[in-house]
Design a protein around this ligand. Structure first.
Ligand code: HPA
Length: 235
């Protein structure tokens, strides 16, 4: 047990999928894993471990934002020995050619500040995805016929953003979408020798202001889970 995860040592798999929403973790575990059982209920941040095609997998909620994800990712990697961590979540599109329901595979994640900012001080560290996971996820998404984009995303600290000028700079520099967790996940994975990737579905559009209808959210989320699981065990 750790401060925020109630699982015993050995109850967390080396491969962990991390949705922001703990109820998505429950849905994904019940839908895609065999023999899934709840291994964490601390603070309602549900986590489940089961198997996918015979391989052990944990699906653990991360909460919203980098400070929350950082707590779970630190404990998963440092205390439970997680080796492959894949965020599955939603993002807002920042380019006209990116559409609602498309999948974005985050090659890099720009950010104003992560919980790791204090370490780097004046240095602009570039958090990046694990190439093998990225490559395998791209192949998995292509095989499913899911419209997919690979490139940089922006991990923001705020959902209700009072700095539209920052979004404008991100858009100008080709950033595909905005979410709130990947930069810290990539930074922590790099620091501790783990592999990380963020697989994101576009749920809203910052330019067109479209939004994914709620009835489509489950299917889009399911596609991400399948892409993430396929990528995790591709090599
Ligand atoms: N901003 C930040 N995070 C998000 C968004 C957004 O527009 N959409 C989904 N996650």
């Amino acid at each position: 047990m750790t401060i925020h995860i109630g699982a015993q040592k050995g109850e967390i798999a080396e491969t962990v999928l991390m949705p922001g929403d703990p109820y998505r973790a429950k849905w994904a575990a019940e839908t895609f894993l065999d023999d899934a059982r709840c291994v964490n209920e601390v603070r309602g941040m549900l986590g489940f471990t089961g198997t996918w095609k015979g391989q052990p997998v944990t699906i653990q909620g991360s909460g919203m934002g980098m400070p929350s994800l950082s707590i779970y990712a630190n404990e998963l990697i440092r205390d439970y020995g997680a080796k492959t961590l894949i965020r599955i979540g939603s993002c807002g599109a920042m380019q006209n050619h990116v559409n609602i329901r498309d999948v974005i595979l985050a090659m890099t994640a720009s950010t104003l500040s992560t919980p790791s900012r204090g370490i780097f001080r004046e240095l602009n560290y570039a958090p990046c995805a694990d190439f093998d996971l990225l490559h395998a996820a791209h192949a998995a998404a292509s095989a499913k016929g899911t419209p997919t984009h690979v490139g940089g995303i922006y991990s923001s600290d705020v959902f209700y953003d009072e700095r539209p000028d920052l979004n404008e700079q991100m858009i100008r520099h080709g950033i595909l979408g905005v979410e709130m967790e990947a930069a810290e996940l990539y930074t922590l994975a790099a620091r501790h020798g783990a592999r990380a990737l963020a697989v994101l579905t576009v749920s809203d559009h910052l330019i067109t202001h479209e939004a994914l209808p709620s009835e489509d959210r489950e299917r889009s989320f399911g596609d991400m889970v399948e892409i993430a699981l396929t990528a995790a065990f591709a090599s």
